[in-house]
Every structure is written in structure tokens, then in C-alpha cells.
Design a protein around this ligand. Sequence first.
Ligand code: ADP
Ligand code: MG
Length: 733
Amino acid sequence: MLYQLLKKHWGYDEFLPLQQEAVQCVLGGRDSLLVLPTGGGKSLCYQLPALCHPGLAVVVSPLISLMKDQVDAALAMGIPAATWNSTISAEQQRGVRAAIRARKLKLLYVSPERLLTDALFELLDSELPAFVAIDEAHCISQWGHDFRPEYRLLGMLKQRFPGVSLHGFTATATGPVRGDIVASLNMDDPAVLIGNFHRPNLIYHVQQRLPGLNQICSVMERFRGQAGIVYAITRDRVEKVSTLLNQLGFRTRPYHAGMTDADRERNQQALIDDQLDAIVATVAFGMGIDKSNVRYIIHAELPRSLEGYQQETGRAGRDGLEAECWLFYSTGDYLTWQRIVGASAPESRESSLRSLQQMMDYCTSLACRHRLLVGHFGQQLTGDCQSCDVCLGRLTVAEDSLVLAQKILSCVARCRERFGADHITKVLTGSSEAKVLRLGHEKLSTWGLMKQYPRSQIRDWINQLLGQRYLESVPLSGRVEGYPVLRLTDAGRNVLRARATPALSKPVDRTAAVTAAALVDSWEGVDRGLFESLRGLRTQLASAASLPAYIVFSDATLRDLARRRPTEEGMLQDVHGIGQQKAATYGAAVLTLIRDYCGQHQLETNLAAIGRVRRGGQGRIPGSASLAAFPLFDQGLPVPEVAQQLSRANSTVLEYLIDYIAARQITDPTRWVEKPLAETIAVVASYADSDRLRPIYDALHGQVGYEAIKIVVACEKNRAEALTRNLHSEPTR
Ligand code: ADP
Ligand code: MG
């Protein structure tokens, strides 16, 4: 039943981790808190149960400006939904009430203050909600970074609607916030479900910032026509960066707390509607934005904490497809933050400074970025992630790290620990600038000692030494506004005595670096030209329906269309993310485009997917639903029987079986297909020169079902692989 709804409305075959558990909590009426990273699929956990319930589900959401999108997305999937907030007219209110009384509505998105103060409240007294979902639940906590006083009102819900279960959803993972949510909502023995914070489809890169905007531009250039977010620290910087990018020909707009609500909303909407290359914003931007196809996040400056950084970068790639996260930092940013934090309340100062130091450590460390991030949230990641600059070999440890560090540190010592990074760099590169000469620093033994390196490289190493605490940056003593100077730490002195060795990195030649696994994976089999045409069609369909493009189809759906290239209505339902409603609304236009395009370009159509669409980077590992079917296949049960036991569709179970055949390396299909038929299929398949099933089907005159063909082809593939392996392992005499 749950799987049928998942397929019918969302067009998905599998649940993401913890979705099923969370759905069960809601259906069972047990209070719950679900903590999943951004993009983890939290919305479905209240939308799906709402479909199963006869009554109305109330969803509390913090941002009025985004409720309309949420409702549009639900409607596009065939789920009756409406909003209730200060922006709707009296007439719309009447409409909503009537729909509630007639029990026609499944989801009602409300702002917290309206839920508890309006006339709506009385109506809900008589039409008791099925349950209340509280999205972005961390807004209730003063410890969180998005505290909203109006969320505090929600503490009354339990009293006001006794017996109605409450379900909180958040991506904020810290313990105190979690405890605060549960306590403030007065939850009753809640189930707390905490997901894995690893997001393998995000590819992390960290670099020291160079002057100008070249680094930012080169990322944006690669993603032209696709959306991104550029974060900067202050309003000033946001305005400046956005203006400069405009001058360089990028469509960007600013977003920060200094603008009017209306301006902010307009710019946000422009991003959602794909009218911008990027929005340039302070951290004020992003919460509640469900846009699934944000393809890159750029931090033009150092973020303030790892929590914030994780949230901000988490806004990329919600569709599970690869997305890039670039961080360009400088020590100057660190000092800017120190100043900002220094002006804040003394209670929070110390922890803010600690967070800042952790952020700097993250930038300068040479450990896997993913591992550091999930580690920060108390989780572990083993092995290489294959999706960060460190693991992809874009950075390597310089073999001569010790000598390089000694040169830098001894220059700091020779300059008597009275100068900043800039001056030290000049001395090391042998500058003859007036200041250097005036101080007589050209006579130091370290002058020109590293002249073969670009200054930016030396600055980077100094940052790394700071991050790894071999150096510290302190105000020059005896001055009030003393400028920061470099000083050796005890650990730094140990390096000079060769008793400790820092790990200094240097960037590698781009061409030598490996391509991220997520990248190769999710474009597999996709015809790029067709993908682009479909993207154009999506824009048209979206603007005709006044909807954001990502609500019409996600990028993942477009890629799957450009991979399978269905030309018949029946094949459309196999596509990832196309449920009944979307097939009915947009199917005809899509099929026509694919027929025309493939005709013109002589592309094969109606391909079976090469593997199913996987959420980026998770490899060919069968999902948990698939694995659950394995013991039943082991018992020799046929597909229809397994389908019945697991209450899944036959077609879904067939996909599980294909996973099973691959996982167990089965080469003999006769358990499922009679021998003579299997042999015939195998012979015909051996003449096929592609992964397509259709030619095999045609060659068999349409007399044999796709099911048997799929099974035999899967077994044949294993046989071919086994054969190749044996050839390679043949002992050489
Ligand atoms: P969150 O609120 O946790 O940040 P969303 O609910 O916005 O995440 O979902 C993120 C994306 O994941 C959406 O594009 C959604 O369609 C997709 N998604 C949700 N559930 C599944 C699923 N079971 N399989 C594939 N994609 C899913
Ligand atoms: Mg969400």
C-alpha cells in the first residue's frame, strides 16, 4: 500500500533511509522527531501518511513566502493541499474551510501564529487534524541558529489538541537542539530518528581565495544556465560580489537582511523560477527553499561554523544528483569573523570562537572533507569518499612538507614574530619593496628562500600552518588596534627542531585528478542533447503553468527520460519521479519531444535503464527494500509470490530480482524461465549490440514478455563477466 502510493504520486520505487520508519510513526500516531540532512526527503514523511488518513494533516512551516511552492509541489503530485496564512484572501479562506468540512483536503500548510490564533483554530476543534507535522522544527529552539519566537506558541498544541500526534522534522543535528524541540513541543515519549549525515552526491572543494573573482567565475561558468548559491559574510560584500558578477555577464541578484521583505522575496523567487544563474546571499538565505536542482554552492568567504556550512552546502543537490560545493577562504575572513564575534554577547563568544577555529581547521586540514563533516555530527565514515578534493587527489601532501614548513617558520622567527603573513611572504619570495628594505629584511638568511613559489602558494601554506596550530595569529602587543602578526607556537618550535612534521598540501595538475564517482554515475547513458531539449521543454511547461521548473520535473527525472527515451505512454511510468498525475499532465508533451528528437538524431528509444536511477554516488548496491526480497528468492519463490508477500507490484519485484541476480552472480536463468525459451532469448540477445531490450523483443516477434528477457539478459551478463574473469586469471606458463 505504501509502495503503491509512493509509485503513484511520487513515481519512486524505493524509500530513502528512515522514510519508512518515520511514516510508520506518523501512521501509528506516535510522536516523533526525524533528523535527516537537507535533501533527505523529510516532506514525504508527512505527505504520504496524510494520503492514508481520512482526515486533514496540518503542516507548520516557517516561511510564508515558500508555502505556495510547497502546495504547488503537492498539487502537481495529485495531493490536495492548501495554505493558510496572512497572505490569503477572505474568499480563499472560505474556500479552504469548505474543503476542510467536506474532507477534501489532505494537507494544510499553516504559519505557526495563524494555527493558534485564527478562526481556523475553532474549525480544527471540531474537525480534529489527523496529525500535526512541524517542519524546520529547530526554529523552536533558542539554541538553534534559526530561532523564531512564533514557534514557541506550538508548545500549546498538545494541550489544545489532546490525542493528536506531533511530528517534528529538522536537519539540525546537535543534541541540545534536539532535546529542546522535544521538550518545547511537550512531546509524549517520542521516537527520535536520526539519519546518516553523509551526502555522497556533494563534491567538496576548499581553496585559499585569490584576489578577484576568477575562482567564483570559473565554477559559475561551468554551470551556466543552472542554478547556484554564492554565500558571503556581510551585506556589503553580498552587494559588491553580485554587482561584479553582473558586470561579468552573470545573472545574479543579492539577498540579505538589509533589504525589504518584498525585494528579498522577489529575488528568491527569481532563483526558484530559474531566472538567475545564482543568488548572492548572506546566511539569511536558504531555509525552507525546496528547490531540488541547485547544482553548486560557493562560499566566497569563510563560513562561521561547520553547522552552518553543512546546512548551507546541504541546499545543493537535493535531487540526489551530483552538486559541487566550493569554499574560498582567507585568513582575513577569519579576522573579520573574530571582530564580529568579539562584538557579540560574552556568553556566546567563547563557543563562537571555538566554532570558528573548527571551521578554519576544516579548511586547512588534509583529511577527507566528508569524514570531517559527518564526524562533527558524531558519525563515522570509513574509506575514501571519492567526492572531495582530498580523496579525489586534487590535493596532495608535499613530500618536502617539513623543509617547507621550516623555511616559513624560521622566517617568522627571524622577523622576530612582529609581522603578518603578507610581509613574511614578501621576505620569503625575495621582494625588494621599500618596507622590506627599510627594515633591512633583505639581509635575513630567509630572504628569497622560497622565490620559486608563487606568493599565493606560500600564503596558503601559512594558512595551513595556522590551521594546524604551528603558527598563531595575534595582535601585535602594545597597540590597541594592533594588526595581526604571526607567532610560533610550541608545536611550531618543535618543527624547527624537526621533532614534528606538518602536512602541507599543494594542488595537483587537474588532468591527473580522478573524476568524482557521483559525476560519472549519474550521467551514465544520458543523451546530453536530449537532456537539454527536455530542460527547454520543462521551462515552457513551468511558465505556462506558473510553476517553478523543479516542481514540474526534477533534474533526476529529466536525466532518466534522456536515458530511457520512452516514446509510449506505458513506458513513462518506469521513469524515476513520474507518478500518475505528472504522466497525465505532462506526458503527451514529453513523449512528442522524445519521438521527434530521437527521430531526428537517430537515437534508440525505449531503452531499459542501465541499472535503476540511484541517488548519487551510492554505487550499485541494492537498496534495503531489494535486500529484503533476497531471502524469498533464496527460497525459490517466483516473482508474483514474492510480490504478494512484500505487497509490492510485480514490476518492482522484478527489479529486485535483477538486483538479486547481479548480487549473487547467477548465470542460470532456468529457475525463472523455461530452458528452451531461455536458450532462445540468450541466442537472440547475443546478436544484440546494445543494452536495449526492444530489439530482442522485436526479434522474438513480440511473443516473449520483457520479464523473461530481462532475467535472461541479466544472467547472460554475469556469464560474460565470469568468462572474462577466468580469461584474465588464466595462469601463464
Ligand atoms: P528535505 O525536506 O529533507 O530537505 P525534501 O523533502 O525536500 O527534503 O526532498 C528532497 C528531494 O528528494 C526531493 O526532490 C524529493 O522529491 C526527493 N525524494 C524524496 N523521497 C524520495 C525517494 N523515496 N526516492 C527518490 N527521491 C526522493
Ligand atoms: Mg524540507
